[in-house]
Design a protein around this ligand. Structure first.
Ligand code: SF4
Length: 206
């Protein structure tokens, strides 16, 4: 779940002192996805590229450890936090164990977050590395895709060290972010975060 109270307290940045935001590289158009693409376009994040009051620090944890293109991978037996605590594994579509590489990538992302003193992370939801609200439960290539509430390995690593993470689908949180980096932005009061939308509430029965 997002922390909108935290977002409301973000400082008002300037071009000389922009807000430091760590972002899943693919969300900014970098072709680091498993298939060598940028995983589609997400205007909610691409919009951030327009402002000189935000400095985007881009990183792709899976590309760091496995390159691109690469196999797809998912978490088996738990969430990203469970992977970090040794209770779950990351397996590729052909069964390769990528747990160690995913943890190494999460530590690299944490290192970047600390070094750059990032104030927020905006990450691609559903990904086994970058998901922050929802991830697959086991192999997404099974007869039926199964989702679970939880974070991917890199997002979980950031969260457990105190960094705030939102996804490209957390529209209410993004509205707060836009209002900080653009004084002229008028907040859409009807925007919802991912955990508030109809699909999420119906699928998880919450
Ligand atoms: S690991 Fe993260 S940054 Fe890299 S392609 Fe997947 S979602 Fe994007």
């Amino acid at each position: 779940m997002t922390d909108r109270a935290y977002l409301a307290t973000l400082r008002t940045p300037t071009p000389d002192n922009p807000l430091r935001v760590l972002v899943s590289a693919c969300l900014t158009g970098i072709t680091c996805g498993y298939d060598g693409s940028a995983n589609g376009e997400y205007p909610s994040v691409l919009k951030l590229l327009q402002y000189d009051t935000v400095r985007l620090i881009r990183f792709c944890p899976e590309e760091f450890s496995f390159g691109a293109p690469r196999e797809m991978c998912d978490i088996h037996g738990g969430t990203g936090l469970d992977v970090l605590e040794g209770r779950a594994k990351v397996l590729t579509e052909t069964g390769k164990d990528w747990t160690e590489g995913m943890i190494a990538a999460s530590l690299k992302m944490l290192d970047i977050a600390r070094r750059e003193a990032v104030e927020l992370a905006v990450m691609m939801d559903i990904s086994a590395a970058c998901g922050s609200q929802v991830i697959y439960n086991g192999n997404r290539f099974g007869p039926e895709k199964v989702y679970q509430i939880g974070a991917g390995v890199s997002a979980a690593q950031l969260m457990r060290h105190g960094f705030k993470v939102i996804s490209q689908r957390d529209y209410a949180s993004l509205e707060l972010l836009y209002s900080k980096i653009d004084p002229a932005h008028v907040i859409d009061a009807h925007a919802k975060d991912h955990h508030e939308n109809d699909w999420y509430r119906t699928y998880f029965n919450v």
